[in-house]
Design a protein around this ligand. Sequence first.
Ligand SMILES: Nc1ncnc2c1ncn2[C@@H]1O[C@H](COP(=O)(O)OP(=O)(O)O)[C@@H](O)[C@H]1O
Ligand SMILES: [Mg+2]
Length: 253
Amino acid sequence: MQIEMRHVNKAFDGFHASRDVSFGVESGRLAALLGPSGSGKTTILRMIAGLDSPDSGDILIKGERVNNLPGSKRGIGLVFQNYALFRYMTVADNIAFGLKVQKKGKHEIKARVEELLELISMKELGRRYPYQLSGGQRQRVAFARALAPNPQLLLLDEPFAAIDAKIRRELRRWLKEKIEMVGITSIFVTHDQEEAMEVADMVIVMNEGAVEQIGTPENICRNPRTGFVKDFIDVERFEALRLIGKKRYKENS
Ligand SMILES: Nc1ncnc2c1ncn2[C@@H]1O[C@H](COP(=O)(O)OP(=O)(O)O)[C@@H](O)[C@H]1O
Ligand SMILES: [Mg+2]
């Protein structure tokens, strides 16, 4: 497993934000943490990133317990809503930021920034400032900035929440394609079931701080194991959108 949570608990002033959370994500997978607002998704990402620590339980990266390792040493790239681009830096400088922190050489930084500008199809836009970009372009830059130092794990918290519906759909397909191309293990948080079903190869359904079910999108749709999952997942909608195959022997099909 690239990343593993084992019986993780976390409370804020007596409020249980994580309840005995256990799951693992294999190397190269794109996993979605899916659940309603307040179900504890961001809390989990923050603990993986080292921005919060669990009250009990373990977090492992490649089999090593990282509970006491500072976030900056965990090899994690973040695309969080509250980690917006640096407004007074150009696109290229935003992407270079993590590499400068690592004190990489000038030429290496330049080459890596060009490579990433190409990856996000923004080769000509390196000198622009964030305010000169669309919302979708900004999120692409945030993605490139997170990837620049070659992290072993990418965490994305509702990366498309602030973007309008049509572009959001294009952008998430784009993101899936790029993540597969780069081959980086990724966990993204969303409350949008359609987004999770369309993008992820593995879905972790959360409710009230606990994991309700883990499986492929198809598996979760076909075999909801709890009443919550059954209510939360709109199977017919996914069939209509062809995100999952049609059930055999279904009437009128
Ligand atoms: N720093 C904090 N202090 C107090 N309560 C918090 C804190 N962070 C999260 N919570 C609470 O924990 C619950 C889960 O929050 P969160 O993980 O952000 O959920 P989600 O990302 O699924 O919307 C919420 O009820 C939230 O109010
Ligand atoms: Mg959240």
